[in-house]
Write a protein that binds this ligand. Sequence first.
Ligand code: ADP
Ligand code: MG
Length: 300
Amino acid sequence: MLHPMPHLPGDDGVLVEFEGVAAGYQRGPVIHDVSFQIGAGDFVGLLGPSGAGKSTILRTILGDTNVYEGNVRVAGQPASAGAARIAYVPQLETVDWNFPVTAEEVVLMGGGARRWLPWPSREERERAHELMDRLGIGEFRKRHIRELSGGQQQRVFLARALAHEPSLLLLDEPTSGVDIRTRDEVLHLLDDLNHQGITIVLTTHELNAVAAHLPWVISMNETVIAEGSPRDVFTPEILRATYGAEMPVLEYEGITLVAERPHQLGRARHDGASHEHAAGRVEVASASDGTPNEVRGDGV
Ligand code: ADP
Ligand code: MG
């Protein structure tokens, strides 16, 4: 286990530390005064609306942005020092699907620093096959990545990330654009990897479907608004500050759910029919028989 307990601030157990960080691109910072710590072995979700700076935080951990203020340390070193083995799974939407490459070739691109030949070694190929089998995509090795489903593509990029044998796995919106079953499978898979000692940081905008299952979430919009367990972070006040919208929080059979209510729906309608819609759209993170979703039961 890579789990030195307890995770006290300043301990060696801190893997990623942001201290008053302003970071961004050529034109200036897009995140401001960001401070948080991620311990070795943690499984953390970064939450926030589109444009909040979630991807920018992942890129800053990778040492890929301009840091204008503050300190970013990874395994006690500046982010650029490469002190931790970090793997990054990009958002599927940013991938160029016309690039002529098979699933196996994508995984082998993750070969990493040990490579000294321009082609993969037998060990690298065997390891790639083993990872692909483990992730249930062994049969798609020779397929062009464009011909795979969203869930299969996500697994290809996950296999590529794992080929690095990372201690820190960063995933940008790993569950966006995949169906519910695939989403739950991806979350289970990440939970297994986390139990094997890999520290995981993912971004998501899905509150009930994803964030509610994670042990720890950081809610942000250009800066950190709150962090804690989903139960502590999912409050109307914190959600208003994060999303700029009224989002009622419901307790349903021990589960904390966030309702997404359009701003003016309740005020604009006065007939009886409006009651049906008063709570807005509620995404229920539980099985159809009313028992909590099994993902939650595993503490994902
Ligand atoms: P999120 O992932 O939460 O949607 P991003 O980190 O992608 O947010 O973006 C935060 C802000 O930074 C946005 O205003 C976005 O337009 C800007 N931004 C993102 N990538 C770049 C880039 N490569 N160059 C300049 N600005 C960028
Ligand atoms: Mg993003």
